[in-house]
Write a protein that binds this ligand. Structure first.
Ligand SMILES: [Zn+2]
Length: 375
């Protein structure tokens, strides 16, 4: 520990922040509850709550049942004191969500809008955001910013793109988007954002591997609720692990990458690009889909097992394809357990909770996290 002693301002901020965070995890709380839980004096809690109420971050939401004497005021976080926008930029779409401070999705849309590294495109994204905000009918001054998730590897400061082949944006920067968006903008990697969403609100899980099965395969490794970025921000690029020496050619140019065997496209190519249709036909027992699925599972299970061996934590299947795997999780767990040297069962494996716009939500949640840190 540093020997630096907190000055009164720092101490005040620390208390205020602790009070807000405690309340964030509670539906409602009384001054007494907070004082007790945080081991703070009643005057300290009262003073901080007054300040949080003035900033409209905390509101009174009723009275607790009396246990004799005066009824205690019930207080709660004001989830509509702030909003964050999240964008999921893909090769052919721009998904947009608006979330409130609690992480609840207020509104979402998915626009067909193909990526192009030119002014017309970025101007168009700015217009889509503007139209979306208009439809949300909220106080614009409460918008914290826009989190933009890209299928790309970012630089260490996360203001530029160091590697991108899914979209033509190598060397691109945040400024291209920010020029046409009148709110603070931040960039995220798409799979990291989706993984972040999965851990949001989880009290007991702090480490997880998220395997994103989209048209390209990515992922994230989250340790102590923080994304493990790696030295070059390439941590969690599971799509390019080699599972078949000399195997199928990956879009990255190498042979035998996970992506060439486990991308959602392997499934949806048989149904004109529709993953919904693939799983519908699979459920009906259609022969071609059945065969494709069985082969797909062979490779997927190898990948899952490798991830479990590496990290020894829960593995979550996400992305377009992962979101449809709930009905098959028992099969998947069984196959994963059979392949594993140590596991009695495959209960470490599960399907993502957020089936809708997890990536865009995660990009927006980063702004909420920053905001909470700043309280
Ligand atoms: Zn590859």
């Amino acid at each position: 520990m540093a020997t630096h002693r907190l000055n009164s301002m720092e101490l005040k901020k620390m208390n205020r922040n602790a009070i807000y965070r405690y309340m964030y995890t509670q539906q409602s709380a009384s001054i007494q509850d907070i004082a007790q839980a945080l081991n703070l004096s009643l005057p300290t809690v009262t003073q901080n709550l007054k300040e949080l109420q003035e900033r409209e971050l905390v509101v009174e939401n009723g009275l607790f049942e009396s246990t004799g004497g005066r009824k205690a005021k019930s207080l709660a976080c004001n989830s509509v004191a702030g909003y964050a926008i999240g964008l999921d930029v893909t090769r052919n779409h721009v998904g947009i969500v608006m979330i409130d401070l609690s992480g609840k999705v207020v509104k979402n849309v998915r626009n067909q809008f193909s990526f192009a590294n030119n002014e017309v495109y970025f101007q168009g994204v700015g217009r889509l955001v503007e139209e979306f905000v208009e439809q949300c009918r909220i106080d614009r001054s409460r918008i914290l910013g826009v989190g933009i998730a890209l299928p790309a590897i970012l630089t260490a400061d996360r203001r530029a793109v160091s590697y991108a082949t899914v979209i033509d944006f190598q060397g691109g920067s945040i400024e291209r988007f920010a020029e046409f968006i009148p709110y603070p903008c931040i960039l995220s990697n798409d799979a990291n954002a989706a993984g972040f969403t999965e851990l949001w609100g989880e009290k007991d899980i702090h480490n997880v591997v998220y395997l994103s099965l989209n048209n390209s395969v990515g992922g994230s490794f989250i340790v102590d609720n923080q994304i493990y970025a790696g030295k070059n921000h390439r941590g969690g690029e599971f799509g390019h692990m080699t599972i078949m020496p000399g195997g199928r050619t990956c879009y990255c140019g190498q042979k035998g990458c996970v992506d060439a065997y486990c991308s959602a496209r392997i499934l949806s190519d048989s149904t004109g690009g529709s993953i919904v249709e693939f799983f519908r036909l699979l459920k009906e027992g259609n022969e071609p889909q059945q065969a494709i699925w069985e082969e797909y599972l062979d490779y997927l299970v190898v990948t899952i097992n490798n991830l479990r061996m590496l990290y020894d934590c829960d593995v979550i299947l996400g992305g377009y394809a992962g979101a449809y795997m709930e009905d098959y999780i028992n099969t998947l767990q069984g196959l994963a357990a059979r392949k594993n040297t140590f596991e009695p069962d495959g209960s470490y494996l599960r399907v993502c909770k957020y089936k809708l716009e997890a990536t865009a939500v995660g990009a927006a949640l980063e702004l909420v996290t920053d905001f909470i840190d700043s309280i």
